[in-house]
Design a protein around this ligand. Sequence first.
Ligand SMILES: [Zn+2]
Length: 252
Amino acid sequence: MQRLYPLGLGEACCRKGVLSPGPDDQRRVHIPIIGYLLTSKSGRRILVDTGIHRSHIEDPDRTWRGTDFAAELSPVMRVEDTVDYRLAQLGLRAADITDVVNTHLHFDHAGNNDAFPNATFHVQRAHHQAALDNPSFPNQYWRLPGLDYSLLDGEADLGDGVSVFPTPGHAPGHQSVAVRLDSGGHTVICGDAIYEEDNLRQDSWDGHADPERARTSAHDLLERARDLRATVLYGHDAAQWRAIRQAPNWYE
Ligand SMILES: [Zn+2]
């Protein structure tokens, strides 16, 4: 791909222990919600993850009100954090997106799938099956008539230097994304295979559905990234997010 734009899609205020169980469990932290736009000279416009649904600007607890999770995490979104707004800053509309890769179908990664009727959605089949009728993956944001899902069985080349590979553990059939830029540089977009540096620093994986698989997937991912000399972009790392280029800036 020619360019990679990290898109700021808002924040969530959550208990630190949701991400990295450890000594700091009860502290409240703000974590970034992130999407990535990849653009090619050939006209591909690939969006990796779609963020939290825009209705959470008005009603932050819309999805989890009445559940135990509402006390653990609350979205914090402004109009500028909508994926439409971020694309408009780049002169694009949602209709210009040709492909969406959902690393997985949690509400902070597939919340705005409804905005992309022209896109092909790339999701692991094992994940899609696990998410059907499962309230952990609120179906109202992604299981919609008119959305075109291409279900993948393992590692897949999506063309233009983009490939996906399974990193299960955070959720069944979770996938991460490897990007080769035209300049020759590589990037690995973790999704939630690694939430933040503290998962590695504290060897802390209990915030994932299957902690042992999550640990194995994370270390496989890091080995792949080392082989490619790739930059590794974590799922919700506030310190990393502050340090990287954010759209309208880009990597190339
Ligand atoms: Zn997430």
